[in-house]
Design a protein around this ligand. Structure first.
Ligand code: IPD
Ligand code: CA
Ligand code: CA
Ligand code: CA
Length: 263
């Protein structure tokens, strides 16, 4: 594969921020941690990673706007481009020393997601996609799973915390999917979960109560790997509703039907 100049910029920023996260992982006990909301923690590692990504991407692409998890919206002079950034997806895993966390960078151009990158510095797994160019994991082309039989499917999910959108209905959805799938997983880093669909490890995935920075990169990576992605009710407004349902065409359709049956 030939990497575009844009992807080189994104990759360099992620590698730099990732080196910082790896250093911080080695001394988690010394990190300042505060609580933003129920089950939602933020540490000095999240903030440092966000600062690095903001500085590197602003330097390389001056004027682009930002939607940052920890600092909010920063408008740019260029109204056509917006970065969606999760500087540390899976903070709870990170703070517990679980090596399942990632940096997520999505780039939107005129309302369309055109580039996505998800990088786990602990394992050095890099997932990238550009619109129309396919999706890759460490230079290997990605393809969603081919499995169409739901009873042998491994389905990933997220558990919306008490107080989050989707919390009330989660147990019914879990029971409906569990009754039909081979099994379920909840790994705790949504951006990575979406890459696990793209690489065919999960046959399907759903979650509610997410934010645009959790999904911006991953949804493009799944689509470029040939997958189907909608919100968890089958609609198109994934970033707006904060819910997502993904898989190949067959698993996506069956998963949506099970979620609907749980209402
Ligand atoms: C969280 C993770 C988790 C998901 C939560 C997110 P954060 O992101 O993606 O898997 O279930 O809803 O908030 O806060 O660790 O970046
Ligand atoms: Ca968070
Ligand atoms: Ca996140
Ligand atoms: Ca985060």
């Amino acid at each position: 594969m030939i990497r575009s100049a844009l992807m080189n910029v994104m990759t360099a920023a992620a590698l730099k921020a990732g080196r910082g996260l790896k250093r911080d992982l080695g001394e988690v006990e010394n990190l300042q941690v505060s609580i933003k909301g129920p089950g939602d923690f933020v540490s000095a590692a999240d903030r440092k990673s966000e600062k690095t990504l903001f500085e590197e991407l602003s330097k390389a692409r001056p004027g682009y706007g930002f939607v940052l998890e920890e600092s909010g919206i920063i408008e740019g002079a260029d109204k056509t481009h917006t970065w969606y950034i999760d500087p540390l997806d899976g903070t709870t895993n990170f703070l517990h020393g679980l090596p399942l966390f990632a940096i997520s960078i999505g780039l939107e151009r005129e309302g369309q997601m055109v580039a996505g990158l998800v990088y786990n510095p602990a394992s050095d797994d890099m997932y990238i996609a550009e619109k129309g160019q396919g999706a890759y994991h460490n230079n290997r082309r990605l393809r969603v799973a081919a499995r169409r039989d739901f009873s042998s499917a491994l389905i990933g999910c997220g558990i919306p915390h008490l107080g989050k959108k989707g919390h009330e209905g989660f147990q019914a959805e879990f029971a409906a999917v569990m009754a039909r799938a081979a099994n379920l997983r909840r790994l705790g880093a949504a951006a990575l979960d979406l890459c696990f669909v793209a690489q065919g490890s999960y046959d399907g995935f759903w979650e509610r109560g997410l934010k645009p920075w959790d999904m911006a990169a991953g949804l493009l990576i799944i689509r470029e790997a040939g997958g189907f992605v909608t919100d968890a009710d089958g609609g198109a407004d994934i970033l707006g509703t904060g819910s997502i349902c993904a898989g190949n065409d067959a698993i996506h359709t069956q998963l949506l039907a099970l979620l609907r049956s749980a209402k």
